[in-house]
Design a protein around this ligand. Sequence first.
Ligand SMILES: *Cc1c(COP(=O)(O)O)cnc(C)c1O
Length: 412
Amino acid sequence: MSGFDSSSETSRRHWPDARGRYGAFGGRFVPETLMYALDELERAYRESQSDPVFQAALADYQKHYTGRPTPLYFARRFTEHLGGAKVYFKREDLAHTGAHKINNALGQCLLAKRMGKRRVIAETGAGQHGVATATAAALLGLDCDVYMGTEDIERQKLNVFRMRLLGARVISVDSGSKTLKDAINEALRDWVASVGDTHYVLGTVHGPHPFPMICRDFQSVIGREAREQILDMEGCLPDVLIACVGGGSNAIGLFHEFLDEADVAMIGVEAGGTALTPGMHAARFAGGAFGMLHGALSYVLQDEYGQIGDTHSVSAGLDYASVGPEHAWLFQSGRVQYVYAMDQEALDAFQLCSRLEGILPALESAHALAHTTKLAPMLPRDKVIIVNMSGRGDKDVQQAMRFILPEEGDQP
Ligand SMILES: *Cc1c(COP(=O)(O)O)cnc(C)c1O
């Protein structure tokens, strides 16, 4: 396991440092009352990492409940259509609840149990992390409250109902823009007052240290499996890894295992939205700047006064004004390349993958696929790309219907 040896300068896999920094990024910028909670969490997490009983329980749930390992799938028709590098999908869409988010939610809820907490809280935007947390809480018998902006509650009625079916309480947040950013603020506020018996399950690799590290480590199972699987299927490491980047958890989950492999290129794909003008996208590296949001230093979409900017993406999971601090560091150091795909490109890739492979990708994952359709044709046929299929697209069918009018039997 990784995360704590900050003495090694040679490996990128040993970050963050003792202060929770990834170079100039990350850290812990929270009210004094939360410092104790974050210290306690970091301590408990370290202990759990070397506790064979905890690790065995996690592995057991991953295997029998989540359905891990998820397959690595050679997308033959998709590859042939593009006419270049071989494209493999890492099938996180086949994990229980249909996305990678369960990896983190399950890990953190197990950690909450170990810490003797009886209640978990979470924030959610589109509802995917809320559903994953409500699921893990039901499994482990924890009370669960999910903060969600009233705007999002209105847009995501199905996921709200799902969370309630799973026994969670959905608490509406009516402040600010009434979306994810405000839900995170409210969850942090709750945690200040409830930390004695409550754990905050943060949904991506953002927030104050140690959250980005904990979430990354629980998601890194994706890359560890992918390495074994590709060695088994191709006899070599992949040439390129591609993943979409919202907060960045599915991407770092795939990348982390390979960070020290100089020959493995990595590409994170952000949401280009409808245009790269303020308010129309969520491409933090293309349009953002150094700044702070939700307790961490990173890249942030903001105006000249540091006010957090509005964002847009056809996919709710990529629609966030900041990005995990480890990605900011990987961007600055040049280890990972960050690009963006536009709404329309993602919708096109969504249809192409559905028709050629019989797999409806999440619109988030479709951003990674969109970039793959540009890159694969430019590479020779013996090169290998792994795309992280972060989630399934069933949740996005209604959204897609607003933009796509499929014709019967229409071939790409
Ligand atoms: C939430 C979500 C994302 C974006 O979150 P990351 O933390 O960047 O992974 C991507 N894909 C799916 C399917 C999601 O549900």
